[in-house]
Design a protein. Structure first.
Length: 137
């Protein structure tokens, strides 16, 4: 059965992006392989992720550089699911992650919007039992 394997996030610098995703978000560095003198194959994922991971791709052109931090036109583009919202929210805040809002309760669970180191918008979300039962990711 097909599944979504990688999603690209365009970054300014490999090492600063790795540090943010690893240290601030708690992701694991799954691979960091040099391709040539300037390009690397860098993959990160939340601990325990089984199918989807993020390819950190350093911008190589002016058009790519222009999209760093605004890859989805200002919309939330990524959804980081958690099974312990307060734990992860507090850990991320302590690590310097910028949240745009206080956590809020929605019909599907608890959520707060944060920005990555470049300004891309993410949701930290803990789905409630009904949303999980209904098949929301």
């Amino acid at each position: 059965m097909p599944h979504l394997g990688l999603v690209t996030v365009v970054v300014r610098d490999y090492d600063e992006a790795i540090a943010f995703y690893r240290d601030a978000l708690g992701f694991e560095l799954l691979e960091d392989t040099p391709i040539d003198s300037e390009k690397r194959w860098v993959i990160v994922a939340p601990p325990g992720a089984r199918e989807t991971a993020i390819l950190l791709a350093r911008a190589a052109t002016g058009d790519q550089e222009a999209r760093i931090g605004d890859q989805t036109g200002g919309r939330v583009g990524w959804f980081l699911n958690t099974d312990a919202f307060e734990r992860d929210y507090e850990r991320m805040r302590a690590a310097g992650v910028t949240f745009e809002e206080a956590p809020r309760r929605e019909p599907y669970g608890t959520v707060a919007v944060f920005r990555d180191l470049y300004g891309n918008r993410w949701d930290l979300i803990q789905l409630n039992a009904r949303a999980r039962q209904d098949g929301m990711l």
